[in-house]
Design a protein around this ligand. Sequence first.
Ligand code: AR6
Length: 167
Amino acid sequence: MKKIELYHGDITRLEVDAVVNAANTTLLGGGGVDGAIHRAAGPQLLAECRTLNGCATGSAKITKGYNLPARFVIHTVGPVWKGGNHGEAEKLASCYRWSLQLAVGNGLKTIAFPNISTGVYHFPKEQAARIALDEVTRFVEQHPEIEKVIFCVFDEENYQIYHHLMS
Ligand code: AR6
């Protein structure tokens, strides 16, 4: 069975141990996938996020999933694209690694990622997809306890990129 899957749709619908949120350093909500996750999880998610004191770019923190079908939310903060010479690639790779490390540390086996930084943070989509696939592939090879990683793509452009890279 393949451990890495592609799903085209809304991450808030996925029944997994954890969905990853593409948050900002405040962890206090925003637009895009962050807004969708907070709306679907309900106000208790924001209440728990307020206790976390934010999160650094490239790092991740975990909360419960509240009204989501997912049991947990892993909030990570992707880099804002500033042309590519500001450590953006390494910071994006770090988001995927930290999120997976948190999942393993909490005994979670199934995890879904959105396309971190490729919305309002403007990271080039194909480069971001290659980084995401490289990091996740390497991690699951080294951590057999992870059973499934889903790349949840929402927009058509990301879907075409992932479909091509994964086939
Ligand atoms: N399910 C899955 N993916 C989604 C959904 C959804 N419901 N909605 C959007 N996407 P973005 P960023 C995809 O802008 O670039 C927020 O305001 C979307 O198609 O959500 O990391 C935060 O608070 C895109 O491919 O996140 C931060 O301030 C991907 O999610 C900032 O945006 C990421 O787009 C983070 O920016």
